[in-house]
Design a binder for this molecule. Structure first.
Ligand SMILES: [Zn+2]
Length: 108
C-alpha cells in the first residue's frame, strides 16, 4: 500500500511549542516566539532574531492548499526531518484559547 501521511494526535506543552515553532507561509517562515519574519523554513535551524532553536513547524500552505496537503507534508518531512510538523489551526486554536484564559485569569 505504500507510505502515506496520516495525522496523529499527541499532547504538547503549549509554551514549549510556542518557544520553538517555525510557522511557514507561502514564501518564507516566521518565528512564533518573537514574530521575526522572512525566515527560510527549509534551512533555518535557529531564529536569526531571538536565537530560538526550532523543534516544531506548522505551515499555512497545508490549510490554503488542501489538495496538495500530503505532498507538502512529505516535502517538509524530507527537508526538515529535525522538526515535528504540527497542525497550524490546532495550534492557533489552542494558543487563542490559552490567551483568552490568561486574559480572564489576569483580570479577575
Ligand atoms: Zn525568534
Amino acid at each position: 500500500m505504500g507510505q502515506h501521511y496520516l495525522r496523529v494526535f499527541k499532547s504538547f506543552q503549549l509554551e514549549e511549542v510556542k518557544k520553538s515553532l517555525l510557522i511557514m507561509g507561502d514564501l518564507s517562515g516566521n518565528c512564533a516566539s518573537c514574530s521575526a519574519l522572512g525566515i527560510n523554513a527549509y534551512e533555518a535551524k535557529t531564529c536569526p532574531e531571538c536565537g530560538t532553536v526550532f523543534k516544531y513547524i506548522a505551515s499555512r500552505r497545508l490549510e490554503t492548499h488542501p489538495t496538495e496537503r500530503f505532498q507538502l507534508a512529505r516535502r517538509l518531512a524530507e527537508k526538515r526531518p529535525d522538526l515535528t510538523l504540527i497542525d497550524l489551526l490546532d495550534y492557533q486554536k489552542a494558543a487563542g484559547d490559552k490567551a483568552a484564559r490568561d486574559f480572564f485569569s489576569a483580570s479577575s
